[in-house]
Design a binder for this molecule. Structure first.
Ligand code: NAP
Length: 209
């Protein structure tokens, strides 16, 4: 099984480090600028080479670390290569001023993506995990929660198994429509952490479950 991480930004790097620790020989890492992706693997002293985007799309599980506005045309352009695969959606559709979402209350980024690629199984994950949290997902002995969502139970279960070695508490958080809540909760947690001065070190831990 191969896992592709696509994107050289903050989340791309954070995901690369986390997945590489668990699956050093199964990761394919790519960015739209090949030299930038290669520089990242060198800077992190990883034993893998970055690959071309087309090669990364051969993976079984694909995690694009792009903004929702960029991801929509990206999945449409790569619909054929994504067919039959699992796509892990990490996006929060924040607007340009980070005070609302670009999606209405009746939908979510995850649902919109699933609509664009019906023959790909979309699994939501890591939407509430800010990039710095990956380096230290434990706070005073409590783990950061990752909410897994999908309309395909087999894909959700597969991703749950793949994420088990990562240092997070995992929840089966139900259908993709629950991302209407998860994505808005992430927006709120961002705002609250900015107010309290802890941004970007903020995550969910649902107490009592
Ligand atoms: N930041 C967080 O803490 C956090 C937490 C949870 C979820 N997320 C979600 O994660 C996603 C990425 O966030 P981020 O903070 O990592 O953003 P970022 O640092 O701005 O990185 C975004 C990356 O997307 C790349 N990109 C854009 N269009 C592309 C394309 N067509 N092909 C390949 N790469 C492309 C950009 O590449 P270039 O460098 O070449 O422009 C950039 O490296 C967003 O959807 C966000 O909602 C973020």
């Amino acid at each position: 099984m191969k896992i592709a991480i696509i994107g050289t930004g903050r989340m791309g790097k954070a995901l690369l480090k986390a997945f590489y620790r668990a699956y050093p020989s199964q990761i394919l890492f790519a960015g739209r600028k090949a030299e930038e992706a290669q520089l990242i693997t060198s800077e992190l002293s990883l034993t893998i080479q970055a690959v071309q985007l087309q090669d990364a799309l051969q993976a079984d599980i694909i995690i694009p670390a792009l903004w929702f506005k960029d991801l929509q045309p990206w999945v449409e352009a790569h619909r054929e290569q994504l067919r039959g695969k699992i796509l892990i959606d990490i996006t929060n559709p924040f607007n340009a001023t980070f005070d609302d979402l670009t999606t209405g209350y009746g939908t979510s980024a995850a649902e919109e993506l699933q609509r664009l690629v019906p023959e790909t199984k979309v699994v939501g994950a890591f939407k509430n995990t800010f990039w710095v949290v990956f380096d230290q997902p434990e706070h005073r002995g409590i783990l950061s929660d990752v909410f897994l969502t999908s309309d395909a139970p087999d894909a959700l279960e597969k991703v749950r198994q793949v994420l088990e070695p990562l240092p997070f508490r995992l929840f089966d958080a139900g259908k993709l429509k629950n991302n209407r809540t998860i994505e808005r909760m992430t927006l709120l947690s961002r705002e609250l952490s900015l107010k309290t001065g802890t941004y970007p070190r903020v995550s969910f831990h649902l107490w009592g479950v």
